[in-house]
Every structure is written in C-alpha cells, then in structure tokens.
Design a protein around this ligand. Sequence first.
Ligand code: ASP
Length: 291
Amino acid sequence: MTGFALALHGGAGANRKLNYARERVHMREAIELGRALLASGGTALDVAVAVVAELEASGLYIAGKGGSPNRDGEYELDACVMEGHTRRAGAVAALRGFKSPIEVARMIMERTPHVMLCGLGAERFAREQGAEPIPDEASWFTHACAGESNFAPGVMHGTVGCVVRDGAGRLASATSTAGVFDKTPGRVGDSPLIGAGGWADDRVSVSCTGQGELFIRAAAAAQLAFRVRAGAPLAEAAMRVMDEIAAFGGDGGLIAIDANGAIAMPYRSEGLKRASLSMDGALSVHVFDDD
Ligand code: ASP
C-alpha cells in the first residue's frame, strides 16, 4: 500500500466518434506527476493544484489553454480549490487573460480573506499577485472541444478536475473549466462554486463535470459529501448524485475520493475522460465504459 491515492478527470463531454489517444497518454502522465509528488511528501492541496495546472496547460481539455470562447469570442474561465482538513477554499469566475485559473483560485484562498473573486476584480488581483498572463488570447487557446459535438449547441462542455488523498490522510479537490461552449457572456457554471462543482472536507473530496446548471441545482458536490457524512458508502453516495442529475434530464460525471482512499467515478454521459491511482498502486485510464 502506498498510503495515498488520486483521481483526475478531463471532462464528461467525450464522443465515441473521436480518438482520445493523446488524452489517454496525457492523463497517465498527469497521474504519474501526482504519484511522484505524493511519493516525495506533497500535500493533497499541492498535488490537486499541480495536476489540474498540468491538465490546464496541456491544451487537450476545455480548461486553461484548451478553453473555448463565449458567444462574444471572449475566454472567461472558472476554477475552484478546496482543502479538506482546514475547509479552506478559493475560487475564481469569469477570469480573463491568465494561463492558470486554478493557481489564481489558490492565491485567492491563501492571500485574501475571501473565497471567490470574479471578473475585473479577479483580473486585477491576479495581475497584482504576479499570475502568468496570456500573451495573445487569439492565438493561445486551442479550443479542445472541437468535435465533441454530441451535445446540442449551447450545452457542449468540458472541465478538468483532481481529487487527492495524501499520505497523511488529508484530502483536497481542484476543478477548472472554460465552461459551456458558446456560453452567454458572464455565465458562470458549477465548476467555481464550492458545494456544486467541487468540495473537500475531512471525509471526502469531489470534482464534478457536466451541465453546470444542473449540478448547481443539485448542490452536487456538497450533496455527495453530506450523504457520506450520513453514513452512505462513497460509491452509493456518488451514484445517487448522478441519478439526480439524470433525473433532471442532464448528463455529466464526477470523481470522488474518501478518507480511506476509496475512489468513485460515476457518469451519465457517453464517456468520462478519467484516470486514477488507487491506494494499492494500481493505475487506470478510461474514457468510455468498455475500455
Ligand atoms: N460543468 C462545466 C460548466 O458547466 C462544464 C463541464 O464540466 O463540462 O461550466
């Protein structure tokens, strides 16, 4: 047993007609990055943020460099981070002009008395704190969602996330997204909302992906945590949350890890780009249910 475990996702908008060979290789690399950091004593918070920053920087998912524009052609990005044993949290919404929203979310958590900043105030804060700016928006983003067109226009989406249980039993979650493709300017989904798209406490850590409006209405991440607190096994709690999203008529998925290192990654969509490293050291990478 390693004493630590982690899981990541690259969004629930997978389409069987597409080839995810690059994403599969990259998700394995991102898990190996997490494993190396955990093996050298990295905290759950450090690892969750480092893995999500790697997913953002890859340009392969609809977050960070892979982001897609809103209806006006602008890139408004969202992210949140939460540390379980302290219940500290940081989030940023509708952030423009910076490479790593998850690192800005962590700065907000650690350097302000607030949980969330948005829009122009978030941009000013990121600039003052020295977050790395995007040199030229028009040429930097890769629009990773191209081809994931199995959703109706207006609900194509994708996100990245990571949940970690470190060697000391601490939990953390990190989530980052460009949100829904062609979204209305100013639209904010579940991904930066603590309790909707992300959560961590001393029992469980969660990162969601899917039609954000439904995850907000379900209080998805907090609902999962409260089910666990009420005694439900992790897999059952996670499944119940996804049942509720499906009952709303939506799709998506989530990743969750508990204090024992158990991992759940249910989804109600064609696929969920996902990878995990369990407490016994087994690494898995999947996109669909038969691979
Ligand atoms: N939940 C994200 C949002 O609604 C999108 C996604 O996870 O695919 O912004």
